[in-house]
Write a protein of this length. Structure first.
Length: 196
């Protein structure tokens, strides 16, 4: 599936360490504190006013280019790190794939000035995953627009709906080699997608 022959042994060992750390037996991953550490570093002295900072970021950076992202969704993601919630699921187990290693310089102690691998939460904390999965997703065809967003309910356009449809279309393309093609419904505005 994946050819690792061109990697150096050190790089292979690093990947192996990351994959092993995803094991349930590794209890040392506290995503909340690692993410909070990243946020404190990003905000610096503005940490206590982070709600104002994220509102500013949304208004000046996000809203202009990605109006589908609602301020509440963006605020929730910046506060908790959870971007997409579906149904009434409870998200109380950390996603271990969000932890990884990066080279960092030790700031204190006997190892001061030495480069070491640092385990942490190194995912995006500013832009959001909405850009990759939700923003700019176009309907597959004219009919599929009604599956995602019924014409009478334009306020139902959301990043979660867009992401779900986009991901479904991507997986279908990989599985069947073709995009989702929709059929017109019963004349009452309803549409149907073929199963398969």
């Amino acid at each position: 599936m994946v050819d690792l022959s061109l990697l150096k042994y050190r790089e292979r060992d690093s990947l192996e360490g990351i994959f092993k750390s995803w094991d349930e037996g590794d209890k040392s991953f506290d995503v909340v504190s690692l993410r909070d550490h990243r946020l404190r570093y990003y905000y610096g002295e503005r940490y206590d006013s982070k709600k104002n900072v994220l509102d500013w970021d949304y208004q000046t950076r996000v809203k202009k280019v990605a109006s589908i992202i609602h301020i509440r969704q963006y605020r929730e993601w910046r506060d908790s790190g959870i971007a997409f919630e579906f149904g009434d699921a409870t998200y109380n187990v950390p996603n271990r794939s969000t932890q990884s290693y990066t080279t960092g310089m030790m700031k204190g102690g006997k190892d001061r000035g030495i480069k070491k691998e640092v385990k942490g939460y190194w995912l995006d904390i500013i832009v959001s995953p909405y850009v990759a999965f939700s923003v700019g997703v176009e309907p597959v065809n004219q009919v599929s627009d009604y599956i995602i967003w019924p014409p009478s309910f334009t306020s139902t356009k959301s990043t979660s709906t867009s992401t779900s449809t986009s991901t479904t279309n991507d997986l279908r393309t990989v599985r069947q080699g073709s995009l989702l093609h929709c059929q017109r419904g019963d004349g009452n505005g309803a549409t149907q997608a073929p199963r398969g």
